[in-house]
Design a protein around this ligand. Sequence first.
Ligand SMILES: [Zn+2]
Ligand SMILES: [Zn+2]
Length: 280
Amino acid sequence: MAAVDYARLVDYHMHHERCGHAVAPMEAYVRAALRIGLGEMGFSDHLFQYWLPPDQRDPELGMREEELDAYVAEARALQRQYPQLRLRLALEVDYIPGREAELARILARYPWDYLLGSVHFLGNWGFDDARYLAEYARRDINAIYEEYYDLVGRAAETGLFDVMAHLDLPKKFGHRPTRDLSGIQRAVVRRLARAGVAVEVNTAGLRKPVGELYPALDLLTLCREAGVPATLSSDAHRPEEVGADFDRALEHLARAGYREYAAFTQRRLERRPLPLPTTM
Ligand SMILES: [Zn+2]
Ligand SMILES: [Zn+2]
């Protein structure tokens, strides 16, 4: 078993009960982080439901618009209450093409430490939602990946996001491309590098049918070769998932050639040495 030096790490992606599909209040996640000795964590709830495509404004997919103020205020109160933990204020935000200016106005309301950019929708299809899996049978899987990576590239280029979340998300339920997409992966990684965004090693994929970290090692290695910084996340939806499988995440980063990870304060990136897991 590998011991993880959590004090020197961040967990930058987690949700709580306002999100509709996660459980427990914010403070329970703070307490879970303190229990494992985590040095820094960030709340990254989804931007409110209204942000989503019109027929996807689902109480299970995000808070109500009027809850955003309370979310920010509660994070601020927890920062004061738990000064021993560096608690970052963040959001996970869906990239919806054509609504960039509207999004910039919404995001400007608060001083975020970082913003996770996500693509969970191809048009109106929530492709990572278990309720809509039947759509995979109606589409060409390679075209799904192509459309997805193009949207990720476009999202990065908006400048609205600091970290692109779960970079190879269409694999979540085990749907794999049937042809070599390495050219498309190289292209998206070049776009991420040019845009100056980071990626995350997200351990939630280990808890999904695919049973893998996001992104896969080949894609993460392309990111490292292109100079794209990487950070760490559990994408916790319950407190006990905070910091989950970070031994695997650290090994994954090291195998991809990373020696540093990225942390953020008020949208400024800081590179920190990557503490490798030690064998107990
Ligand atoms: Zn997500
Ligand atoms: Zn998430």
